[in-house]
Design a protein around this ligand. Sequence first.
Ligand SMILES: O=c1ccn([C@@H]2O[C@H](COP(=O)(O)O)[C@@H](O)[C@H]2O)c(=O)[nH]1
Length: 232
Amino acid sequence: MVCSSPLIIALDYPHADQALAMADRLDPAKCRVKVGKELFTSAGPAVVEALQAKGFDVFLDLKFHDIPNTASKAVKAAAELGVWMVNVHASGGRRMMEACREELEALTLPQKPLLIAVTVLTSMSAEDMAELGFGSPEQQVLKLATLAKNSGMDGVVCSAMESALLKSELGQSFQLVTPGIRPEGFGSGDQRRIVTPSKAMLNGSDYLVVGRPVTQSNTPVDVLDSIINSLQ
Ligand SMILES: O=c1ccn([C@@H]2O[C@H](COP(=O)(O)O)[C@@H](O)[C@H]2O)c(=O)[nH]1
């Protein structure tokens, strides 16, 4: 199944059966899916394979952050699982990111995953960053995204609030994956740097990650269709 949609639905569930039931209501031509820490810890590689068997491209969002050897071997394992996208934390540093890239380059797979680095989590506000002794989210995102690009990453995870800046500073082909997407009228929850789907696309995001607005809705397919309509 070839998917040209920018939408990635975060299947944040405690058990595989819930994730697979939601996947059955989704169309792999209209969205990709994301498996994160909760679902992967509970259900393991089998749930990734089950989603792939249903025709979905899978973003394995485990945000590896470890010494270069450990992180790069984890990226290799993800690639061998056939995922479409995998990520690491940019704050793991240049040597860690370069090791991950080298591990992928050494593989002889027909299709390798996109290798993406997380900059500053979309749940982090300016106040949260100051408390950690960092500058503004925008400054830190630009710093980490520049390092990620120079370390061989295909793109970064950031808020769509930073997409226009990153496209202008780092170029159109550097992929921007943006969670913290909230259609009008949906609560932000724990997210702090939120953007609507249409504004995120206007700002230059390549991929929009949407979780609870779809997965916690009584009418998930209607919500997804209305997001798709808002992008046209
Ligand atoms: O900076 C980040 C990185 C990852 N995420 C993940 O995206 C989804 C967002 O879910 P919502 O329910 O739409 O808030 C979730 O799986 C996070 O782990 C992120 O939000 N921010």
